[in-house]
Design a protein around this ligand. Structure first.
Ligand code: NAD
Ligand code: DAU
Length: 350
C-alpha cells in the first residue's frame, strides 16, 4: 500500500493510529486522513504530525456519507488501502438520537465499500474497525470469540453490526480484500471526555460529581489505545484476507472499580479534595443507561496465536499513563471542553 486512506483519523483512536503508523511502525507510504470533523474530531491533535510529516500526511475534510466527494478523493489521492475508523461512536448519543449513527455507520461504510468495489483490484486492503458491542451482553458464555453470534442492543451497536455484515458480504460476493477487527473498550490519550475514563478523570480534577450508571457493576474489558493500534497494524500487515479478529486486553473490570481507581490515583498524584475528603466521595449513582449491556469480555486467542499480537500495558500502567496525559495536556482539554477547537476548525478547514 502506498496511499492509505484513514477515515475518522481526527477522532480518538484514529489520531493514535496515525501517530503510531508514522512515528513507530514500518509503514512507509502516505496517509490520507479523511474526517468530517464532527464534535468528536479534532485535527489539532495532529498539528505536529501535519508539520513533521508534510510529505507523508495529508488531511481532507469530508463526509463518508457524501459519495460523490469520496469518489473524487479516492482518485485524486490514488487510494490503494483503507483503514476505516469513521463512525458515530457514543452509545448514549445513539440512544438519544440514532439518525447520524444510521447514516454514518451504515450508509458511510456502504459508500466506501461501493467505491472500493468500483475500482476493481486497485484497493489492496480494506480494514474495518468494529467493536465487541455487536455481540451484545455476555451472560452464560465466558468470552466473545470470532464465532459468537451478533446480538447488538443499542442503536450504536446495531449500526456497527450492520456495517460489519456489509463488509463481510463484499468479501464473499465481490472478493473485496477485507479484514475486520472487533475490539473492546479503549482508553488513553486524546479521548473525548464524554467516555467513562476521561470524563471521570476531568470531573474529579474539577471536584464535580462522578455519575456512575445503575449499580456500577457492569463490566468492560479495557485496552490501552496504543495496544489497539499495534493490533490493527498487525492485522493489516499479516492478517488473512476475509478474516475477523477479536482484540481485547483481558482487563475485565466493574465500572465502579475503574472509577474508584481513578479517584485513588488522583488522591495520591494531586492530593485529596479541597476539604481533604477522598475523591471517592464524589461518586454518585445515577439512572441506568437504557438497554445497558452487563458484561463484555474478549477472547483474543486467534490474534494472539495466529499473528503473535499481545497487549503491552496492564490496566494499572495504562491508566496511570492516561491520567498523566490528561494532567500534562491542559490546553488540549481546555480547548475540547470549551469547544474552542471548533473555532480552530472553522479557521483552518471551512
Ligand atoms: P471518535 O468518536 O473519537 O471518533 C470518530 C471520528 O469519526 C471523529 O473524528 C469524527 O469526526 C469522524 N466522523 C464521524 N462521522 C463521520 C463522517 N460521516 N464522515 C467522516 N468522518 C466522520 O471514535 P473512536 O473512539 O476513535 O472510535 C473509532 C472507531 O473505533 C469507531 O468505528 C468505533 O466504532 C470503533 N471502536 C471504538 C472503541 C472505543 O472504545 N472507543 C472500541 C472498539 C471499536
Ligand atoms: O466496547 C467497545 C465500545 O466501548 C466502543 O464500541 C464504543 O465506541 C465506546 O464508546 C465504548 O462504549 P461504552 O458504552 O462501553 O463506553 P462508555 O465510556 O460510554 O461507558 C463505559 C461504561 O461506563 C458503560 O458501562 C457505561 C458506564 N458509564 C459511562 C459514562 C459515560 C457510566 O457509568 N457513567 C458515565 O458517565
Amino acid at each position: 500500500m502506498k496511499n492509505l486512506l484513514v477515515t475518522g483519523g481526527a477522532g480518538f483512536i484514529g489520531v493514535n493510529f496515525i501517530r503510531y503508523l508514522l512515528e513507530e511502525s514500518d509503514y512507509e507510504g502516505r496517509i490520507i486522513n479523511l474526517d468530517k470533523l464532527t464534535y468528536a474530531g479534532n485535527p489539532e491533535s495532529l498539528c505536529d504530525i501535519e508539520t513533521n510529516y508534510a510529505d507523508r500526511y495529508v488531511f481532507v475534510k469530508a463526509d463518508i456519507v457524501d459519495r460523490d466527494s469520496l469518489s473524487v478523493i479516492f482518485d485524486k489521492y490514488e487510494i490503494d488501502g483503507i483503514c476505516h475508523f469513521a463512525a458515530e461512536s457514543h452509545v448514549d448519543r445513539s440512544i438519544a438520537s440514532p439518525d447520524e449513527f444510521i447514516n454514518t455507520n451504515i450508509i458511510g461504510t456502504y459508500n466506501l465499500l461501493e467505491l472500493s468495489r468500483e475500482r476493481g483490484g486497485r484497493i489492496k486492503q480494506f480494514h474495518h474497525i468494529s467493536t465487541d458491542e455487536v455481540f451484545g451482553s455476555l451472560e452464560e458464555e465466558k468470552y466473545f470469540t470470532e464465532l459468537t453470534s451478533y446480538k447488538p442492543n443499542s442503536p450504536y451497536s446495531a449500526s456497527k453490526a450492520s456495517s460489519d455484515h456489509l463488509v463481510r458480504a463484499y468479501f464473499k460476493t465481490y472478493e473485496l480484500p477485507i479484514t475486520i477487527s472487533n475490539c473492546s473498550n479503549n482508553y488513553g490519550p486524546f479521548q473525548f471526555p464524554e467516555k467513562l475514563i476521561p470524563l471521570m478523570i476531568l470531573n474529579t480534577l474539577e471536584d464535580k460529581a462522578l455519575p456512575v450508571y445503575g449499580d456500577g457493576l457492569n463490566i468492560r474489558d479495557w485496552l490501552y489505545v496504543r495496544d489497539h493500534c499495534t493490533a490493527i497494524w498487525t492485522i493489516m500487515d499479516k492478517g488473512r484476507i476475509g478474516e475477523t479478529y477479536n482484540i481485547g486486553g483481558r482487563n475485565e473490570m466493574e465500572n465502579i472499580k475503574v472509577v474508584e481507581m481513578i479517584c485513588d490515583y488522583l488522591d495520591v498524584i494531586v492530593g485529596t479534595r479541597p476539604n481533604r475528603e477522598k475523591r471517592r466521595s464524589l461518586i454518585s449513582f445515577v439512572t441506568d443507561r437504557p438497554g445497558h449491556d452487563r458484561r463484555y469480555a474478549i477472547d483474543s486467542t486467534k490474534i494472539n496465536n495466529e499473528l503473535g499480537w499481545k497487549p503491552v500495558e496492564s490496566f494499572e500502567t495504562g491508566l496511570l499513563k492516561t491520567i498523566k496525559w490528561y494532567l500534562d495536556n491542559e490546553e488540549w482539554v481546555e480547548n475540547v471542553r470549551s469547544g474552542e477547537y471548533l473555532d480552530w476548525i472553522k479557521a483552518h478547514y471551512s
